[in-house]
Design a protein around this ligand. Sequence first.
Ligand code: MP5
Length: 220
Amino acid sequence: MSFSAEQRQRLAPLWERMLAHPFLVQTCDGIIADETFARWMRQDYLFVAQGVRFLAALLARAPARHRDPLAESIEALRKELVLFEEQAGKVGVELAGARPAFIAHAYMQFLMATALGAAYAEAYTVLYVAECAYHDSWRVVRDGISPNSKWLPFVDNWASDAFGQYVASLESEVDPLAADAGADERGGMAELFELTTYYEIAFWEMAISGETWPGVPEGA
Ligand code: MP5
């Protein structure tokens, strides 16, 4: 069994938990509060901006065959930032000046720590899992959302077939990386697969709960 299939099987209950998160269910059902969705927008805008730096750090260490694909991923993220800006303008959400909440901050630090400090195959695993998580999560939303939802441009961005192909291309690289890795590194990849999934769940949870920093009420 491939590494990715093995991890998906091992972590199936956790992955299902992510896909059943109230943020996704409420968005799908059209009952998510505007402020909750806006909170996710502001935090994810910061996350995607950090994603550019994460990919750049990964690119600097990438084998030659990964350089063009990673450069294209950076370009895609830059377009995604424009999507956030355009949609925020349409729905009256202010993105400028947003500060990272605790979970977003931790996840962004985790991205950079793995890109700069972990083995390349481990950092690539984080990229694969984060992209795969978003594709699967937003596909769940797409399967039931009203075509009139104002959040549709976000749903379509990650649920699209084109994004699915991107995730498949990452998968087709992460599996050979795992096959070539020694036991320790492969263990590290499995651990980071799990940790990234936890971060994904925590990110949805942050948007729903509204928690900014533990022990500090918003605005304090
Ligand atoms: C992604 C994201 C997908 N935007 N936010 C989180 C919390 N996880 C994953 O990454 P990308 O780079 O926007 O496709």
